[in-house]
Design a protein around this ligand. Structure first.
Ligand code: HSE
Length: 382
């Protein structure tokens, strides 16, 4: 089997290193996976050409590359360019594997449609939960079970940042700065802290577990409103907040949301350390499952890309159960709100905080402004 690896950043290097380290094992089992081409940007092609023994080419050579290879591993992290590379490969009948959650989430229906039409694998295990094998088992679980819920922590930056705030009792801005210095947060942290990265990953979990939804329409709130007062209030009560992605089928569609959620401090999502991710899946026959592991990083993510390359090479990818288009249903819950709320929505007040009765998320949003912290209560003791 011949492979083209597009992009040689963190994920591309991780993928390359694992393919090289496991070359003999893959030869004995899969029958050999030759990295025939590295497709690089014009800027880095010359440098990589000197560093690597493989043929390093650029975008202008891509059509010729597609004529020769069986699998394209897209590892650019780009958006439009990555979409173009993947679409052209699938149209040419070449299998595509990728770690690119943004491009897959934005173009899921189209890319998956082309893959089906051409009957070639289109796999993106590395796009959700980094090194955690979750999409592949989930595809399988869908064949045996009705999936009753999917819930998880899908963003390492937010998990690390929240853990640090709870440990140090520190303020949000200072903790974010520390995370940036330690390399746990990007210089522009918007995608992570506003929940958009989590939303893309939840979207892909929903596509696997429940059917096609408009990913951009999933209600999303990040953690930027969290502050030291909220952390102290929750710490004193043995509670913790985490940025949680949730989806479950309900009567009128799929109830899906990304938002801060209050959990008992001993809950498996509450105690999740560092930048680790976890996806909880409840199946009608199997019951409760938890998939936990490193949600990012060169080698974990490279491992997931290589796993998909092996599935594509051996034509052993789990089938994707098709369930058509699903509507996003309204979200409701009991909420902790960092504001005194008048009217009948309050179940009780505690200091400057309100604990609401079960209300729709939409009603809650109409009562607060964009800077007011709120979190859905899942803890049994608040
Ligand atoms: N920014 C992402 C995270 C990287 O913090 O989880 C992995 O998708």
């Amino acid at each position: 089997m011949k492979l083209a690896l597009i992009g040689f950043g963190t994920v591309g290097r991780g993928t390359y290193d694992i393919l090289k380290a496991r070359e003999n094992i893959l030869k004995d089992t899969v029958g050999g996976l030759e990295i025939a081409y590295i497709v690089a940007s014009d800027r880095s092609a010359e440098r990589l050409g000197k560093e690597l023994p493989e043929k390093v080419v650029t975008a202008k050579d891509y059509d010729a590359v597609l004529e020769e290879v069986d699998i394209v591993a897209e590892a650019t992290g780009a958006m439009d360019m990555a979409y173009d590379y993947m679409k052209r490969a699938l149209e040419a009948g070449v299998a595509v594997v990728t770690a690119n959650k943004a491009a897959v989430s934005a173009h899921f229906e189209e890319l998956n449609g082309i893959a089906e039409e051409k009957d070639v694998p289109f796999l993106f295990e590395a796009a959700v939960g980094g090194g955690i094998p979750v999409l592949t088992p989930l595809r399988g679980l869908c064949l045996e079970n009705e999936i009753e819920s999917v819930q998880g922590i899908l963003n390492g930056t937010c998990n690390y940042l929240i853990n640090a705030m709870f440990k140090e009792g520190a303020e949000y801005d200072a903790t974010l700065k520390l995370c940036q210095e330690l390399g746990y947060a990007e210089q522009d942290p918007t995608d992570d802290v506003e929940g958009f990265d989590t939303r893309r990953k939840l979207h892909l979990l929903i596509e696997m577990a429940f059917g096609h939804v408009d990913g951009d329409a999933i209600p999303t709130r990040g953690i930027a409103q969290l502050n030291g007062d909220i952390v102290s209030f929750l710490n004193e009560k043995g509670q913790k907040v985490k940025l949680v992605a949730s989806a479950k089928p309900v009567e009128d569609g799929i109830e899906a949301v990304v938002e801060p959620v209050i959990l008992d401090a001993a809950d498996s999502l509450a105690i999740l350390p560092d930048a680790i991710n976890q996806v909880n899946v409840k199946g009608s026959f199997v019951g409760d499952l938890a998939f936990t592991g490193p949600g990012a990083g060169k080698e974990p993510t490279g491992n997931a890309v290589v796993a998909d390359i092996i599935s594509a090479a051996t034509k052993s990818a789990m089938p994707l159960l098709k369930r058509g288009v699903k509507k996003l249903a309204p979200v409701k819950g009991r909420y902790l709100v960092a504001k005194k709320l008048s009217g009948d929505v309050a179940e009780r007040e505690e200091g400057d905080f309100t604990i609401t009765r079960e209300i729709s998320r939409e009603e809650l949003l109409s009562l607060i402004d964009k800077d007011t912290f709120f979190a859905r209560i899942e803890s049994q003791s608040l």
